[in-house]
Design a protein around this ligand. Structure first.
Ligand code: BTN
Length: 242
């Protein structure tokens, strides 16, 4: 059975993420999408603020994948790929090599962040995912000062927010079903071809620790693998710097 989106659009909310989380706690089925034109309290990863002025895309989606928590990382990478496809579909520019997925959840355009993805989930007592709320913030017309880039500043023609949203949701529905049926491997390869090349130097902040090495690949669970002094290190969570 294919996933049907139920899209609610709001002019202004505190955070789409919080509204969808509330819906998850209220046992609403997967497929709910809350799209806001602006947010007063947009949240990013690591407790950061996500500046959310009108003109950019802010949405959160409710999914109930009934998977183990250990594979959530796979889904987060698939979401980034869907965003790439949606942007490419609505751009006349040749974006080859200009859109880069940065592990785990950032999308860079010309080496600056143009979108971020926030995943929040609740697990059941046996470790299965009860719900997953994925939030996407895409800089369409503006980016916070000195922090990132907006599509409109770079692409030759404007990108419609609703157009990108609808394409993103279309790709997400397809990829999500396909992932549930056939697994991650196709997406793992696609993600790698849209990311940094093997050997690219990386620094990863893991809690208070800084890991240094060279980008190697991502594993079957979507974890980052870096090469350090001839040894592969696996990183399950952290913040990558180049
Ligand atoms: C990041 O830090 O890179 C993730 C940013 C995620 C922002 C989006 S905007 C829509 C949704 N609502 C929020 O409050 N945050 C996410």
């Amino acid at each position: 059975m294919s996933l049907e989106w139920v899209i609610e659009t709001h002019k202004e909310v505190q955070s789409t993420q919080d509204l969808v989380k509330q819906a998850a706690y209220d046992y609403q089925p997967e497929g709910l999408v809350i799209h806001a034109l602006s947010q007063l309290d947009g949240r990013g990863r690591h407790g950061r603020t996500w500046v959310s002025v009108e003109g950019n895309l802010f949405l959160s989606v409710l999914l109930r994948p009934a998977c183990r928590a250990s594979v959530i990382g796979q889904l987060s990478l698939i979401i980034g790929l869907c965003l790439v496809e949606a942007i490419e579909q609505h751009s006349n520019d040749n974006l080859n090599n200009r859109l880069i997925l940065k592990w785990p959840n950032d999308l860079l355009l010309d080496n600056q962040k143009c979108a971020g993805i926030l995943l929040e989930s609740e697990l059941s007592a046996n470790g299965d995912v009860e719900w997953l709320v994925l939030g996407v913030g895409l800089n369409v017309i503006s980016a916070p000062d000195d922090l990132g880039i907006a599509l409109d500043g770079v692409l030759n023609q404007g990108v419609g927010i609703d157009d990108v949203r609808d394409s993103f949701l279309k790709y997400l529905a397809q990829s999500y079903q396909n992932w549930l049926l056939s697994g991650f491997e196709t997406y793992r390869r696609a993600w790698l071809s849209q990311s940094y090349k093997v050997g690219h130097p990386v620094h990863v902040k893991v809690g208070e620790r800084l890991e240094k090495g060279a980008f190697h690949d991502i594993d079957m669970n979507g974890h980052l693998r870096i090469m350090d002094n001839g040894q592969i290190k696996m990183i399950t969570a952290g913040e990558v710097y180049f």
